[in-house]
Design a protein around this ligand. Structure first.
Ligand code: FRU
Length: 485
């Protein structure tokens, strides 16, 4: 047996020291530091009765692992696991509300924390919330992932559920976070058409003011049809939400799930999503599975929903290759030999059919990020970089224009971090993909234009700092070495 680095393990994305990660939980900017908690199985690289992992950052780039924040405990507490939930500042007392299952029912529990958010004490009278009486039969399947906020007259909580086969969020009210009254379904039924295709169950709801509207984020769990997250934008009136339009948050297939947001001290709304593996980590021998997306800032500009990678990530940049006004036909190498790159480019339509960036990983192994001019779509093609994990999800597509408008130019912002590729086009359309290339590493970044030319107006390609940005804190002694048989 030899110890070897795992070439697919991301180096500047947040991931657990070892074991499994899924949803971000309780993200918060607390006393000047960013905290990301997450669903975690420390024992294996597959889902298992979840604990809450915890990582802390001063700069959104470097992360330090803190001890596990919540772990399942014997009955009558949360033996079935500490499932997803949120953080609440209860007048200075850090408080978590999270889901668990008990006696066949999903319920909400509460824990309070030390000022540094490291030690957590579960409330002795948990659970603090159970499915509402009249709805018990219908919500047996799902009553989970509380999201809590404060209004002048008290606390409000949404809990994700399914009613009549459709996703819904149930609104509750409380004076003290411990005793809750169910009010009603948050999205009135006559507004359902806009919610079509948002799933049979709404997981991990998140609700907040954005610009002069309100945003409700919901995650759709439907394994066969794909799991994704949407933002619904609309009006909040009389404790109901009236969505007017919606946008998919990321077009990767099963690639960006259960996103959660926080408001930071700089008046920004930041979002993280879970990036699942698209390979069987256990079978591949990896001791880790699941990655947190890079933090994205979300905003509403002139009524349009925007997302951007946070500018702090520029701290990762090392060498830069710049190109301006380059006409490309076929492919053109930038000579950027790295498995961790950031590329920003504006590409203008010429006579070609599709143009963009090719990330070469090894001989015959590459991932393409392409703009298809005629159809107005972004394509991410991982057919040649899925290694032995090739399957039906090797070709992702995101629409870039509405209503048949002719697409003339696109700005792409891309991060490649070993097996993770995150793309945001025009600060708006995100598409995350995973690639697991095989063969001796041979990296390059190329500009490509198929079947004719395209003009790359401005290209900046950075090599990024290759060191892992996550470090174990003293109190967690975790062996992050990867073993290969
Ligand atoms: C979403 C989810 C949540 C649940 C958690 C359990 O991925 O299914 O609804 O609380 O994961 O790990």
């Amino acid at each position: 047996m030899t110890l070897a680095p795992d070439r697919h393990r991301p180096s500047f994305h947040l991931l657990p020291p070892s074991g499994w990660m899924n949803d971000p939980n309780g993200v918060v900017h607390w006393r000047g530091r960013y905290h990301v908690f997450y669903q975690h199985n420390p024992l294996a690289s597959r889902w298992g009765t979840p604990s809450w992992g915890h990582a802390v950052s001063d700069d959104l780039v470097h992360w330090q692992h803190a001890p596990i924040a919540l772990a399942p405990e014997a009955p009558p507490t949360d033996l079935d696991g500490c499932w997803s939930g949120c953080f609440v500042d209860d007048d200075g007392t850090p408080t978590l509300l999270y889901s668990t299952a008990r006696d066949g029912e999903q319920v909400t529990c509460l824990a309070t924390g030390s000022p540094d958010l490291v030690r957590w004490t579960k409330h002795p009278d948990n659970p603090v919330m159970r499915p509402p009486n009249g709805l018990r039969g219908q919500t047996m399947e799902a009553f989970r992932d509380p999201w809590v906020w404060r209004e002048d007259d008290g606390w409000y909580a949404l809990v994700g559920t399914s009613i009549g086969g459709l996703g819904q969020a149930l609104l509750h009210r409380s004076d003290d976070l411990r005793s809750w009254t169910y009010l009603h379904a948050f999205v009135p039924s006559f507004d359902r058409p806009i919610c079509e295709d948002t799933g049979q169950v709404w997981e991990c709801p998140g609700f907040f003011a954005l610009g002069d509207e309100h945003a409700l984020i919901v995650s759709r769990f439907q394994w066969a049809a794909g799991t994704h997250a949407h933002v619904l934008l609309g009006a909040y009136r009389k404790q109901h939400f009236f969505p007017r339009r919606r946008q998919r948050l990321d077009w990767g297939h099963r690639a960006f799930f259960a996103p959660l947001t926080l408001a930071d001290g700089r008046r920004r709304r930041l979002m993280w999503g879970w990036l699942p593996e698209q390979r069987d980590a256990m079978r591949s021998g990896a001791t880790w599975a699941g990655v947190m997306s890079l933090p994205r800032e979300v905003s509403l500009e002139a009524g349009s929903f925007r997302q951007r990678f946070v500018p702090e990530l520029a701290a990762l940049r090392t060498e830069c290759t710049r190109v301006e006004h380059m006409s490309v036909r076929g492919e053109r190498s930038l000579g950027v030999d790295t498995a961790t790159a950031e590329v920003r480019c504006t590409v203008v339509r010429g006579r070609g059919t599709a143009a963009g960036i090719r990330f070469r990983h090894a001989a015959g192994q590459h991932t393409d990020v392409l703009v298809a001019w005629e159809t107005g779509r972004l394509l991410v093609d991982t057919r040649w970089s899925k290694g032995t994990h090739a399957g039906e999800y090797a070709f992702d597509v995101a629409p870039l224009v509405d209503g048949g408008r002719r697409l003339e130019r696109v700005t792409l912002h891309v991060y490649l971090d070993h097996s993770v590729l995150e793309v945001i086009a025009d600060d708006r359309h995100a598409l995350t993909a995973r690639c697991y290339p095989v063969g001796p590493a041979e990296h390059d970044v190329l500009l490509v234009s198929e079947a004719g030319d395209a003009c790359f107006e401005q290209v900046e390609a950075w090599r990024l700092c290759g060191d892992e940005v996550c470090s174990a804190s003293v109190s967690t002694s975790i062996d992050a070495a990867r073993m290969v048989g």
